[in-house]
Design a protein around this ligand. Structure first.
Ligand code: MRU
Length: 337
């Protein structure tokens, strides 16, 4: 397919001596870039959601290690700080473990930059491959619903679930694209719609609460989502609201696809129960665009991920292949351990 036609955003850019990040907090209102010059800058950017999405977080952290080495920072504390930036997306830990192994092998800043670039390049290649694999599962004329943002903004490019949607639209299999707004941070409304409009892919935004209604009306044949961590039995942590989509999909006979690179698979985590779910500031719920929208004195609870049990997933698509009806045995056959 013509990748340049369908994929134009690059949110994580190494500039030779610093890292440039497209500030995702301000999209789509403003395209503002933030320059990171040391590991603390990158840690802050990950924690504050300047850069977000599991693979993009891992890539940014890898460049954070490069910056630490270039600045002569003590590397162990820098790695620990980056690792603690967010708890759920395992791509962060995976990328840092890869960088740590290179450090242990004696790599200097230049060699670490080669590794970080490899992590970034491999992610783009994986996404393009997964796009083809996932799109092949979809019957021509289908409607799809996605959640959160899993596109170029969340990865090295092309995207995971959004990559499948890009490939499915390009290949004529997908006729209708719906994106849930993804409250409270609005990754779907602000980021997925931004990417789809830029690509010229016709799509409709829906309120998260409209999903079951849409499935019932026959508009949607597949729910396609990304992942932040896939446990050894196929249980999948992803953006809050994914689990209820999976339940609604099963009830309506709609298929449910998870698309994620192998860097999101964590065979050391036995099941979803063992995945730490990030709790973020209640202010994300109590305010909209910086304005308080809920009565003073009200409290809020803001878990930002949930776990979809493997039994509700029809297919997990990774660059290593498609796992249909995932379970511990099927996962082990592909990922070992
Ligand atoms: O809190 P976020 O925006 O980092 O959460 C992102 C998601 O949940 C995505 O679905 C996931 O990281 C996959 S991105 C390819």
């Amino acid at each position: 397919m013509d990748y340049d036609r369908y994929d134009r955003v690059r949110a994580v850019q190494w500039q030779g001596d610093h890292l440039r990040l497209l500030d995702q907090r301000l999209l789509p209102r403003e395209e503002h870039w933030i320059d990171c010059r040391d590991s603390a800058d990158v840690t802050r950017a990950i924690r504050d959601l300047v850069v977000r999405g599991a693979p993009a977080i891992g890539i940014a952290a890898a460049w954070g290690v490069v910056l630490a080495a270039r600045q002569g920072e003590a590397l162990d504390p820098a790695l620990a700080m980056l690792r603690a930036a967010r708890p759920t997306a395992v791509n962060l830990m995976w990328a840092l473990d890869r960088m740590k192994a290179r450090i242990a092998a004696g790599a200097d800043a230049e060699a670490l930059a080669v590794e970080a670039q490899a992590i970034q390049d491999e992610d783009l290649a994986a996404n393009r491959h997964m796009g083809e694999l996932g799109a092949a599962l979809i019957a021509p004329g289908s409607g799809v619903l996605t959640h959160c943002n899993t596109g170029s903004l969340a990865t090295a490019g092309f995207g995971t679930a959004l990559g499948v949607i890009r490939a499915g639209v390009a290949g004529g299999r997908i006729d209708r694209v719906y994106a849930g707004e993804t409250r409270p941070w609005q990754q779907g409304a602000r980021l997925t719609m931004y990417e789809l409009v830029r690509d010229g892919i016709p799509a409709k935004l829906i309120a998260d609460s409209a999903a079951a209604h849409l499935m019932k009306s026959g508009e949607v044949q597949w729910v396609i989502v990304g992942a932040d961590r896939i446990a050894a039995n196929g249980d999948t942590a992803n953006k809050i609201g994914t689990y209820q989509l999976a339940i609604a999909a099963r009830h309506h006979g709609v298929k449910f696809m998870v698309v994620a690179p192998s860097s999101t698979v964590d065979m050391a985590t036995p099941d979803g129960e063992a995945i730490e779910i990030e709790l973020r500031d209640p202010a994300e719920l109590l305010t909209t665009a910086g304005q308080r929208t809920v009565v003073e004195g009200a409290q809020a609870l803001n878990p930002v991920f949930d776990v979809t049990p493997a039994g509700l997933i029809d297919a997990i698509v990774t660059e290593r292949g498609v796992i249909e009806h995932p379970n511990a045995l099927a996962m082990q056959a592909v990922f070992g351990r």
